[in-house]
Design a protein around this ligand. Structure first.
Ligand SMILES: [Zn+2]
Length: 261
């Protein structure tokens, strides 16, 4: 049993008995780790806001090989993102990022790029202009898929590698655009607008914090649907982002709302 230290982001927490808490943390150096914070509910000041959902903190914990639960001894809060987001729509987008990661990643396999992508996305969800939120969420989805080995293929036919059909036919099942030959034999194709395709390519390759620059709000619904279908085909554990459902019940009128339709 070793005392280790790693930066991490709180994905979710549960009560344990009357006084303690279980905290699921995506750590930079040890992947997904479930920790027990003894007495965290009895004396909340001990860990401050480090154990709140979406908080980024440095965790000192006893890592026991082959165990499910590890004991936290100390935390240093770095950025209490969940606490400083007051806006429901920002919170929904931040929670969507954490939800996606929780769905697609498991085990104590570290993935530094994935961790850094999540950290950058949560900061963007808290600080970027509100109109950029859908683009940030889509960029995160696309980049997570890429880091996990499913980068959408946009420069050649996703099935045979041939020259693309001019009408921008995307196959969520094949994971990319199609040539005319393969498209003729494929079902479930989505015809992308030129703007949507250009946006998709930029969202895949540029920093998530800038995503709002590459996607017009009125195109985000189109891309969100395509990316949703793509993820469903390639990740069995993905069944849509429940965190975004809450936005449907908010009053209409905000500029960013058009993407939901
Ligand atoms: Zn082809």
């Amino acid at each position: 049993m070793a005392l280790v230290r790693s930066e991490g982001i709180v994905l979710k927490t549960y009560a344990l008995g009357d006084t303690s808490r279980i905290v699921c943390v995506y750590t930079r150096d040890h992947g997904l780790v479930k920790m027990v914070a003894k007495g965290a509910r009895k004396s909340p000041s001990r860990f401050g806001v480090a154990l709140e959902p979406l908080s980024r903190a440095r965790f000192h914990f006893y890592l026991k090989p082959d165990r499910d639960l590890h004991l936290v001894s100390q935390t240093d809060t770095l950025d209490p993102i969940g606490v400083r987001i007051a806006d429901l729509s920002r919170l929904a987008h931040a929670q969507a990022a954490v939800e996606l990661l929780d769905r697609l990643v498991w085990g104590e396999e570290p993935h530094v790029e994935l961790y850094d992508l999540l950290a950058a996305t949560l900061v963007a969800a808290a600080d970027a202009p509100a109109a950029a939120l859908p683009a940030i969420t889509i960029a995160f989805e696309l980049q997570v898929a890429s880091l996990l080995g499913y980068r959408p293929c946009l420069d050649a036919c996703a099935n045979c590698g041939g020259t693309l059909a001019p009408d921008r036919l995307f196959s969520p099942a094949r994971g990319g655009l199609m040539c005319a030959n393969c498209a003729a034999r494929e079902i479930g194709l989505v015809r992308l607008s030129a703007d949507a395709l250009a946006g998709l390519a930029l969202l895949l390759s540029r920093p998530v914090a800038d995503a709002g620059q590459y996607l017009e709000v009125r195109r985000s619904g189109e891309i969100l649907r395509v990316v949703d279908q793509f993820l469903r085909h390639h990740f069995q554990r993905f069944q849509g982002l429940r965190s975004l459902e809450v936005l449907r019940s908010l009053p209409q009128g905000a500029e960013e709302n058009s993407w939901r339709n």
